[in-house]
Ligand binder design. Sequence first.
Ligand SMILES: *Cc1c(COP(=O)(O)O)cnc(C)c1O
Length: 319
Amino acid sequence: MANLMQSGESILCINNGFFSHRMAEMALRVGADVHELHVGVHEAADPERVRKAIEETRPKVLTMVQGETSNTVFNHSLEEITKIAKSYGCLVVVDAVCTLSTMPLKMDEWKVDVVITGGQKGLSSIPGVSLLAFSDEAWAAAKNRIKPPAQWCFDIQLAENFWHKDGYHYTAPVSGIMALHEALKLVCDETLENRFARHLRCSKALQSGIEGMGLDLFIPNESRLNSVIGINIPEGLTAKQICRHISEMYRVEIAGSFGQPIVRIGQMGEQCREHNLFRTLHAFGSTMRDLGIKVDQPNGMAEMESYLQKTPRPLYQVA
Ligand SMILES: *Cc1c(COP(=O)(O)O)cnc(C)c1O
């Protein structure tokens, strides 16, 4: 935002929830003329609605999230939306914080201009240091701005000076960069193909286990994010109660949400592995029973096991 937007320029932010709205907040702070396209809570962004909004607002930049972690929606039409946006000359910014390396995101092929990520989600490194990628077009737009970005730390030209020209920007967070480097090495060892397959298999197995217990998932299958699973809270319980109980009794950490009546279970990176699924699902089912909710825990466990059995386990080869 700091590099692409200048005061008064138009930006369209597709708002699927908390994190996609955050990009609008960032754009506001650099003085952009911000328009938001609000998408229903249970839905992915619709390409034709985006086209209409682009025609109305003529933005320089379009922002969207690949996976909206807050309500567990997956914007499955990302490629099509990007194509539409590019046909109107927009630069497309994608937040792939929770999805990068858990599912395909073909930045070059789909002509996405900027991808932002976080170390601590799909990449399974530590928070604090993340990756940012610009297309040539976005890079040129950032370089050709009239005034430099107001924030010293966020200026990509200063960052380029550091990373590619042996210059000084600010003292780099060395341990975070090493952690990210190791995390990326693990991604390369595993290969993206196997990593995507592992995430899909584990997430779908857990989903079938939860449904097998008789609980409901928040998002319909076609728009459901696999990196984070959102589960409807049974009547009479609160997210806080569930999260505290599963943590204190079973030492399993799951998350509440940002306003939606759900709890969320992450399926990202290192923890997204078969052996963790059994402990997690068992702890979740037991928590429900402890808190007085009737669930068919044995059936849930059996459904998950049977999903895993019928879906081939991806290879994990260490180089
Ligand atoms: C977690 C998350 C963020 C925010 O990451 P922070 O490092 O906590 O700022 C942004 N976008 C998405 C999609 C996320 O899942």
